[in-house]
Design a binder for this molecule. Structure first.
Ligand SMILES: *[C@@H]1O[C@H](CO)[C@@H](O)[C@H](O)[C@H]1NC(C)=O
Ligand SMILES: *[C@@H]1O[C@H](CO)[C@@H](O)[C@H](O)[C@H]1NC(C)=O
Ligand SMILES: *[C@@H]1O[C@H](CO)[C@@H](O)[C@H](O)[C@H]1NC(C)=O
Ligand SMILES: *[C@@H]1O[C@H](CO)[C@@H](O)[C@H](O)[C@H]1NC(C)=O
Ligand SMILES: *[C@@H]1O[C@H](CO)[C@@H](O)[C@H](O)[C@H]1NC(C)=O
Ligand SMILES: *[C@@H]1O[C@H](CO)[C@@H](O)[C@H](O)[C@H]1NC(C)=O
Ligand SMILES: *[C@@H]1O[C@H](CO)[C@@H](O)[C@H](O)[C@H]1NC(C)=O
Length: 623
């Protein structure tokens, strides 16, 4: 029997849905680990050490030398969250438009209560840290205690974890990481710790902006995109767009295409939109002004709030402007103006420096951002992220813990959109002879490579389209998770798709029981943006995620103006009543891993999901 949603079977789900709302204090389902704990406390250091996690470094990396003993690392220790099942049930209830509790989002305090690890786990970890001479005062904890961070030297980490840290260099782009191939913990501690990183994590969380699709400089919009009348975008709805939208995508194009022309959002109804930034990507405000002058004159002189986290920066030198950050902010804020915008710039992945003082290479930016955002009383209702990495480079334990924290944001009423990736089903390479989709589990077999966090079932994964009428763009990331089982909300839609595949199609290349991505799609190429003072065209599902998020934000605006709660975790709505507000994309495919990839088809497909948004129709559905 296949579980169709982590922690909850279909029958349980049905039974649960018919019960009266459960009270928050009923945290009963959590297993209690008391016996284990007593043993652990008595013998934190005496219990034999056992490998907790190991990995094989993915293709393309070489280790040069052992990391210097005095090099500093910030270890992040994740404790299990035994009440996650309960939190997940709340998430599904408050996100299900058919449920009586729809929109009854949880408060910061309620989510924290459901995030707490067992006291016994906290004590066991503290005892272990103390046994290694790490005092309480050296620990920084997340507000619900599910993370502990400590600064140690490589020598200390190696002693505590029975590990050997090396400096790893990625052969293609020269990125360096300080990592170990395995680490161990006293056996009795295994039940009290989900994972410790950075150890075995080789993910690099790239932006999904694809540089080679930068189409060069376009100094003048009017010179290159003259108005040559309109073209039909969709026969069924009769939607027409400017002819230029087929080659150059602007804010107006997206408003026309997604039926949002003339909608006026509010600056003051409490609705807000957020964009996450990582990897020293700077969102340039002078560029934003040029973009507004070009495409959203009413927004000239308006800006967004910048929040710097964990050593993040937002260098305003034009030379330092980041194409990814500029793309995300210009389109998200341009489409939703005057909705207040926030840009979080999270640091944490500088290149390795052989410098004992600088703590480098944590490279776990989502965790750092989550630490911060989950501790905020007020969070923008819609947040877009255009970063991710191959799921297999992210340890499963890490992916699950971070994904659970995304679920908490959903329970708080936040919609999270993530780009689905720019390499089709894996590496974007249709040639079987030169494809590079190999597993890093030691077996080195060929398999499709889904991306995380898009593969997390509690976020909305956004694929890409191109042209008018819209077809799937060839690079649109899609496929099936190897870590997360298919969630119940997409069971019918995905099974219907799988049933249409000829028997044996891509057998062994993908996990037919996995969480399927993307959920939806939006335009993903030829976006006209400004970077470093110049205009150009750019593509990637990096463009699709903020575009889709902006439409969701406008829906949240419409709800806020009627004093309705935000949409929150969107997928249960999208796969049910929301379907009528999406345009199905049925042409195109997403090659990769030496195959033509999947096809866009009638209904859900692993290229464009359920399709692209129609704001007008969605607004009627959600009001
Ligand atoms: C570790 O060191 C960094 C840099 O000095 C500091 O910002 C951070 O707060 C420290 N973290 C802990 C857990 O002490
Ligand atoms: C617009 O029409 C003019 C005249 O027919 C043509 O030269 C030009 O290429 C067209 N531009 C676009 C973007 O289609
Ligand atoms: C838009 O461009 C595509 C690709 O060049 C083309 O196939 C399509 O016919 C164009 N759409 C219209 C309405 O001309
Ligand atoms: C923007 O601000 C500048 C400088 O304060 C001012 O000169 C200009 O008129 C403003 N433009 C708009 C459209 O408000
Ligand atoms: C900002 O970026 C510029 C251009 O890359 C660089 O010269 C400057 O040192 C940076 N400033 C800071 C404070 O990092
Ligand atoms: C995996 O197999 C491919 C194709 O046979 C080969 O090119 C590659 O070097 C192998 N990688 C590893 C890590 O063994
Ligand atoms: C995609 O469509 C083509 C043309 O109809 C067909 O030959 C191919 O088998 C389909 N591929 C998949 C994975 O469904």
């Amino acid at each position: 029997m296949r579980r169709i949603k982590p922690g909850l079977r279909a029958s349980e789900f049905a039974a649960y849905a018919t019960q009266p709302a459960k009270m928050l204090h009923l945290l009963a389902r959590a297993p209690v680990l008391l016996a284990l704990v007593a043993a652990t406390l008595a013998s934190a250091s005496a219990s034999p050490s056992k490998i907790k996690e190991r990995t094989v470094y993915p293709r393309g990396g070489t280790s040069s030398s052992r990391a210097p003993a005095d090099h500093a690392v910030t270890l992040r220790i994740a404790l299990p969250q035994p009440s996650f099942d309960v939190l997940e049930q709340h998430l599904y209830e408050v996100s299900d438009p058919a449920h009586a509790r729809y929109g009854a989002h949880l408060s910061l305090e309620e989510v924290e209560a459901l995030s707490k690890p067992h006291t016994e786990s906290v004590q066991a970890v503290d005892a272990w840290l103390a046994s290694h001479g790490v005092p309480e005062s050296a620990c920084i904890r997340s507000s619900s205690n599910d993370w502990v961070r400590i600064n140690v030297t490589v020598a200390k980490a190696e002693e505590m974890l029975d590990a050997k840290y090396y400096i790893w260099k990625h052969t293609t782009d020269g990125d360096t990481l300080v990592r170990t191939l395995s680490y161990s913990l006293p056996e009795d501690l295994h039940a009290h710790i989900d994972f410790i990183q950075p150890t075995t994590m080789f993910a690099r969380f790239k932006g999904h902006r694809t540089t080679f699709r930068w189409h060069g400089v376009q100094e003048s919009a009017s010179a290159l995109a003259p108005s040559n009348g309109t073209i039909l975008a969709d026969a069924a709805s009769g939607i027409r767009v400017d002819a230029s939208c087929n080659t150059t995508v602007t804010v107006d194009c997206l408003k026309q295409l997604y039926n949002a022309v003339g909608y006026k959002s509010s600056a003051t109804n409490g609705n807000a939109i957020g964009i996450t930034g990582y990897l020293e990507q700077n969102a340039n405000i002078a560029d934003l002004q040029q973009f507004y002058k070009d495409q959203v004159p009413a927004a000239i002189n308006s800006s967004f709030k910048v929040v710097l986290l964990n050593g993040g920066e937002n260098n305003q030198s034009l030379a330092a402007a980041g194409a990814e950050a500029n793309l995300d902010t210009q389109f998200a804020y341009g489409l939703t103006f005057p909705t207040p915008g926030t840009f979080w710039s999270t640091g944490g992945s500088p290149p390795f420096k052989a410098d004992p003082i600088t703590t480098t290479n944590t490279n776990e930016p989502y965790a750092d951002w989550l630490d911060f955002i989950l501790n905020q009383e007020k969070i923008p209702q819609t947040i877009s992220t255009s970063y991710g990495d191959d799921e297999q480079t992210v340890p499963e334990s890490y992916a699950k813990h971070v994904c659970a924290n995304f679920a908490k944001l959903g329970a708080r009423g936040v919609t999270l959109t993530f780009s689905s990736g720019d390499n089709g089903v894996g590496d974007g390479n249709p040639n079987p002879k030169s494809q590079t989709c190999f597993t890093n589990d030691g077996r080195n077999t060929t398999a499709f490579i889904p991306l995380f966090p898009a593969s997390c079932p509690y976020v909305t994964a956004v694929g890409g389209t191109i042209h008018v009428p819209e077809v799937a763009v060839f690079f649109s990331g899609g496929g099936f998770s190897n870590y997360f089982l298919r969630p119940i909300y997409q069971e019918l839609a995905v099974q219907r798709y799988l049933d249409t595949l000829p028997k044996g199609t891509y057998k062994g290349l993908f996990n037919p029981n996995g969480r399927a991505i993307p959920d939806v799609a939006a335009q993903g190429d030829n976006f006209r943006i400004f970077v470093g003072g110049r205009a150009g065209l750019i593509g990637g599902t990096s463009a699709s995620s903020p575009a889709f998020a902006a439409i969701v934000s406008l829906l949240n605006d419409a709800r806020a103006s009627r004093h309705l709660p935000s949409l929150g975790f969107l997928n249960p709505l999208l796969y049910t009543v929301g379907l009528a507000g999406l345009k199905d994309i049925t042409v195109g495919n997403n090659p990769g891993c030496g195959t033509p990839g999947f096809n866009a088809t009638k209904g859900w497909d692993p290229v464009t999901g359920l399709g692209t948004p129609n704001f007008g129709k969605l607004k009627e559905i959600v009001l």
